[in-house]
Design a protein around this ligand. Sequence first.
Ligand SMILES: *Cc1c(COP(=O)(O)O)cnc(C)c1O
Length: 463
Amino acid sequence: MSDTKIFLQEKDIPRQWYNLAADLPTPLLPPLGPGGKPVTPDMLAPVFPMNLIELEVSTERWIDIPEEILQLLYLWRPTPLYRAHRLEEFLGTPARIYYKNEGVSPPGSHKPNTAIPQAWYNKQFGIQRMTTETGAGQWGSALAFACGLLGLECKVFMVRISYDQKPYRRLMMETWGATCTPSPSEETQAGKQILAKNPDTPGSLGIAISEAIEAAVTDQSGKTRYSLGSVLNHVLLHQSIIGLEAKKQLKKAGEKKVDVVIGCAGGGSNFAGTAFPFVADKIAGAKIDIIPVEPTSCPTMTRAPFAYDHGDTAEMTPLLPMHTLGHSFVPPPIHAGGLRYHGMAPLVSQAIVEGLLAPRAYGQLTCYEAAITWAKTEGFISAPETSHAIAAVIDEAKKAKQEGKEKVILFNWSGHGLMDLTGYESYLRGKLVDYPLPEKEMANSLTAIKGLPKAEARKSGKW
Ligand SMILES: *Cc1c(COP(=O)(O)O)cnc(C)c1O
């Protein structure tokens, strides 16, 4: 039997990030500022350090990874590529299933792949304190970890419902030296306004982002900046190390091509990081099915329009061209699977518009069932987010069986679920139900984008 784990040595780690913006057949629409005019880099300067803004707007295909960042990434990278022998056997599929194990990072997900570079670039720029938001707690703990390593202060606004349900994520952040506040909070104007209108709100990522940005831009010392864990171009860029490593490892495993690439998508970063190096191959002519997966209760890619929208609820961010449920979207509290953000990365959204990706949605019962199958075959307990990818992998492997095809399937196992066991508890006790977002609720949250500039869905027509 072939190896279960395919390793790369540290010396073989990719030394450049890959930027899909260089290869998209139709370029991204620009972000828009107040008055509907394209945003200029200096307008972003109160929010992000200029060295990261340069990465955000870059259209260079390859960008060197600074050596000091590589030294920090070596704490857990390169991550192993696994062959899911036991799941294959269980499904009786002729497909060969490979997965990147991003759960081996200290916080337990892919998120430190961008937390480390973001903290490092901020420090280079002379920043001393970073603010951010977190939903399930994976991003907050990743940034807390990175700031801890680099000696920066870190302040995290955590979505209220997760703050209450996930005390251990909060304690991880505090262990790495961060402070964590439930959002909405009384600490910001944005938080106060929302609490005045709706004191019992479970919170949302959109609200927490507003608070974190406000906390950064109102610091008069000029030494605080904000950090976002997904969605933006520079975040997707940092995550490309996953797919670039996977390419080298698949080659080591003797694979000449990949047929299917899958990742779960909340803001789009782990999916993009894994898939974009393969999207480049697809643009160059390779035949690959590339599938981002989301929950039916937050159907951003599969049902929401491509439109200009704010990244946050208080409308502090520029307008981004993306698939969006509307910036006032508050996910249904019954939903226990993560991936709750109202928008989708502009680069992922544009690749969908272009026809390069085939997004898919699953209900949470199917996802938890897949996570249980995974735990009983591959052993690892998956983050609820990751279970969406597993559900799609299982379907693709069954399809390969029906077709009698020896397909190669690659997916990103984005993180472990050891801090998310309350979701498993709800599932195992039979308390979860599927909740496809009702049409009426979607129409309601989409009123938030009425009156905003329209985003033209431009495509080359090749896919
Ligand atoms: C945050 C997170 C996601 C979703 O975020 P993306 O930016 O879409 O990758 C997926 N899986 C895990 C384990 C996460 O922590």
